[in-house]
Every structure is written in C-alpha cells, then in structure tokens.
Design a protein around this ligand. Structure first.
Ligand SMILES: Cc1cc2nc3c(=O)[nH]c(=O)nc-3n(C[C@H](O)[C@H](O)[C@H](O)COP(=O)(O)OP(=O)(O)OC[C@H]3O[C@@H](n4cnc5c(N)ncnc54)[C@H](O)[C@@H]3O)c2cc1C
Length: 470
C-alpha cells in the first residue's frame, strides 16, 4: 500500500546537521583507503553505520576463526563514516524485555517470542565483551532503565503484556520489576508516574564504537571509501559468474560477488522493492545541561500517551541526552514520515526540551537545566516493526540488514553476525540465530499491507479534533 510523502529515491542529503556525538571527528571520518575504487572485490558493504561496521567486523572474525583468508571487502559510504542514524541517535542500548515479546507471542508463538526477547537482551553482554576485549573508549555503562508510564491506558496495557509474557515463561520477564502509583513516583522520581518498570540496559557513545570497528577493519585490509554514494546496483556485464553485480557510484563501478545493503532508512533508493516497507522517519534528540543539577544514574523511558514517548540517558559529565519530542510534531505527518532531510530539525522541536527535567522530575524543579544542543537523524521504520535481515529476494548474492525502526542498538550487532555467517558458511537463518520476524521471505518481501506507523498515526489522529490534524 503506497505511503504518503514518497521521496522518489531516498538518498542521504549532503548537509546533515552536526550531532553532539560527531562534534569531534574520528580520524576515519572522511577516510578513503585508496585514491581510486578497486575494479572488483568479493564483498561490497553499502553504508558505514553500526550495521555496515558490524558486518565487516563479523566477516573478518568468522574467516579468521576458521583459518580462512579474509575476503576482499569494500565499504562504500555516501557521506562521512557513521554520519547516518548511528552518529546522531540517543546512545541508548535498551533491549525490550516486554512489548515486542508480547506482540510476537500473539503473531508467532512462544518460541519466536523468546528468541526475539533474548536476542535483544544478549546484545548487551555481546557489546560489553567486545568493548572490554578491544579496550574501546566509548563510555559504555551497564545500567538500570526506568520505564515510566504517566497515563492509565498505558499502565493497563503494560500490566496486561507483563502478565502474558510472564505466563508464557519468557525469560526476560523475570528481570522486570513493576511498581505502581506513589511507589512508581518514588522509584522513578517522575512526578506523575502511574507505573514504572525497571530492567537492564546499557548506554554508550555509538559513533566512537563504530569508528573503532571501522578503524580496526581497515587495519585488517578492509577498503573504506567515504563520500562515495552508491547510485545503483545492476547486473554486471562480467561474463564470469563469480562477479555478477556491478555497484555504481559517481567515482566508477565495482564488480563483486556479494552486495550487502546496510543502508537502513535509505534502503529503498537502491532496492525499490522496499519502498513502503522501510520508510525514512525523522527523529529528534537533544542534550540538556545545567549547573549543580542532581545526579542521575539510571536511564529512562518516558511514556506520556500512545504516541508520545521520550528516551533518556545521563552522561558521565552530568549532561542528559534525550530523544523523542513526538508530542509536538506527531500529528503533522510531513514533519517526520518519509522524510530524509536531516539538515533541519522538526519545526516544533525547538522548545520541547526546555524545562523538561523541571516539568517531570522531583528534585529538579529549581535546576537550571536547559537545551544545549538539538539535532536530528533519520531512522528506517519497517512496515511490520521488525528489521529485514537476510537474502534479497530474486537477487542472488545481495543481502540486506536494515529497517531497525528506531531501535537498532539492541538488534544490529547480532543481526550483522547472522548475515556474516550466512555469507561465510552458507548457514540458514535458523542456523545463524536469526529470530523468525527478522527473516526475509517472499511473503514478507512482497506483502502489501499498510505500514504499521501509518496505521497507528491514523488511529491516533482520527480521535483528535479536526484542527489538531493539520
Ligand atoms: C534521532 C535518532 C535517535 C535514535 N535513538 C536511538 C536509541 O537511543 N537507541 C536505539 O536503539 N536506536 C536509536 N535510534 C536508531 C538507531 O540509531 C538505528 O537503528 C541504527 O543506528 C541504524 O544503524 P544502521 O547502520 O543500520 O543505519 P545508519 O547508521 O543510518 O547507517 C546507514 C549508512 O548508510 C549510508 N548510505 C545510505 N544510502 C547510501 C548509498 N546509496 N550509498 C552509500 N551509502 C549510503 C548512510 O549515509 C549511513 O551512513 C535512533 C535513531 C535516530 C535517527
């Protein structure tokens, strides 16, 4: 079903706003391993965000651990390294122990729900191990997240989901603690909390993690080419079957056997089949600062209504990174849905975070917390809420790892591992530890259903007075 606001082909724009995370550019930010593109290679990865960097990492690891020669890998990035969603997100690595499992329980049954929940939960320890072993300086901290709900309908839905996943014995339900009423206000410090959950999560500096992975991959022979947008992927004129694809850029074409689309929001520019299935959605993040502010140790999720939610992490310097701000732009679809322009923040974002801590948190009333930086980024929202990870239908040798729906930090590393295993060993999705809802099948690839975000928006806005839906 066609979505509104279609860009003909959603490529990254050239003049993205700076983000707090990208203020000090890493040495590989505009790196080109060679002055010219190679004529051919084994694998081309399109996109140098968390997905592209993680796939390169796992391809190297998996070949090295099998004593195989590392294939020749070329990463093509349209802008600077890690300048997409990963370089401008909220830094929250927050597995969802509840809501997605509750949905998958209904759609796919208990085993799939368990897999979805534990797949996300495991990414915290995987990333912790990666960071510890590599000595990666990216402010990684494991933390408790306090997931706060301030409206009654939301509280009732949370209770119902909690009871369903607990009854089904989903492992992540065991770590959740639930509080209601005044106790929820005390635990969370949020003035109007109706209920809150606590569970495990982590936070980090994603740009630094990804830059480290890319730098290491380069040192192991990977060719990174920034400022090299891929304009198309076409069958190669190569008569040898070994190089069936031609990846075409303004700097020339590269023939290869395997193409991996790690382009998230922008995937349908090169894979038009994904139009309406992975849609660019613009988000907003801010950094709040103040002098003599209370110390915040936990991370937060704040749910104010069915569509208004924010996510928040404290930084070691006591500043706070908070994303969301949907209250003021959600009804105006043109501001966020099918929008690839990260050179401007949504009109209404200015002002949303001013007084945010003072409004919501006990003990912050007299703080002088204010918005220091505001930036934007583009997420890839999939039509059914799950990423597309696996072989591209009817294009043998092409793979996709995209559509993380604003929730990539607890999904990407192991999705990338699965893709790398499928390529390296020919493993099936099952053998590669890929949850069923993530897998690419012809049914899912060609399905013609309304995009879930659009459906949710219609449901919300039809209940509003006519003037609210402008
Ligand atoms: C504002 C915002 C806040 C967010 N907050 C969080 C959060 O707190 N927690 C969380 O889990 N998730 C969050 N997300 C989502 C998370 O950042 C993404 O899911 C994740 O970063 C996606 O990683 P990726 O590598 O797949 O995509 P990206 O990081 O977007 O990387 C894709 C790369 O592909 C490049 N590219 C695209 N098309 C082409 C082309 N044709 N040729 C060459 N290169 C191309 C892009 O330039 C980009 O660098 C947020 C996202 C945004 C935008």
């Amino acid at each position: 079903m066609p979505c509104p606001n279609q860009a003909t082909r959603p490529f990254p724009v050239a003049d993205a706003l700076p983000s707090y995370w990208r203020k000090h550019a890493h040495s590989i930010d505009e790196y080109r391993s060679t002055a010219h593109l190679p004529d051919h290679c084994d694998i081309v990865i399109i996109g140098a965000g968390y997905s592209g960097a993680s796939i390169a990492h796992h391809l190297i690891e998996q070949n090295v651990s099998r004593n195989r020669q590392i294939p020749s890998i070329l990463i093509l990035e349209a802008r600077e390294a890690c300048s997409g969603a990963t370089g401008r997100n909220g830094g929250h690595l927050k597995p969802d122990p509840l809501f997605r499992a509750a949905n998958v329980l209904k759609s796919h049954g208990k085993d799939a729900a368990e897999h979805v929940a534990s797949f996300e939960a495991r990414q915290v320890s995987e990333i912790r191990d990666l960071i510890e072993q590599g000595g990666i300086d990216c402010d990684f901290e494991e933390t408790t997240v306090i997931d706060v709900c301030t409206y009654s309908e939301g509280r009732d839905a949370i209770k119902a989901s909690l009871s369903e996943v607990a009854k089904a014995g989903i492992s992540t339900a065991k770590e959740i603690q639930y509080f209601e009423g005044e106790e929820a206000c005390e635990v969370s410090g949020v003035r109007n909390a109706k209920c809150c959950l606590t569970y495990n999560a982590a936070r980090l500096w994603p740009y630094r993690l990804v830059s480290h992975l890319l730098e290491k991959a380069i040192s192991q022979g990977v060719n990174l080419q920034t400022h090299t947008p891929v304009l198309s992927v076409t069958p190669s004129s190569e008569t040898l079957e070994a190089l069936p694809w031609s990846v075409n850029t303004p700097r020339g074409s590269v023939r290869c056997s395997t193409v991996i689309h790690a382009t998230n929001a922008y995937s349908s520019a090169l894979l038009p089949e994904l139009r309406d299935r992975i849609v660019p959605v613009r988000g907003v993040v801010a950094r709040l600062v103040g002098e003599d502010v209370p110390k915040m140790t936990d991370s937060f999720m704040m749910r104010f209504s069915q569509y208004e939610y924010d996510y928040m992490i404290p930084r070691p310097d006591r500043s706070i990174v908070v994303g969301g701000a949907r209250r003021d732009h959600y009804t105006d679809l043109d501001e966020w849905f099918n929008v690839t322009d990260d050179s401007k923040v949504t009109k209404s974002a200015h002002g949303y975070f001013d007084g945010y801590m003072q409004r919501h948190f006990r003990g912050w009333e007299n703080s002088n917390t204010r918005t220091e930086e505001l930036w934007t980024g583009v997420m890839g929202y999939s039509n059914d809420g799950f990423p597309y990870v696996g072989k591209v239908c009817a294009k043998d040798g092409q793979y996709v790892c995209a559509g993380f729906t604003g929730h990539g930090m607890p999904q990407i590393f192991l999705s990338a591992k699965a893709i790398a295993l499928m390529i390296t060993t020919g493993a099936t999705e099952e053998e590669a530890d890929l949850p069923i809802p993530y897998r690419v099948s012809p049914d899912r690839w060609y399905q013609d259903k309304e995009h879930e975000s659009l459906k949710a928006w219609r449901n919300v806005t039809k209940k509003m007075p006519p003037h609210a839906n402008l």
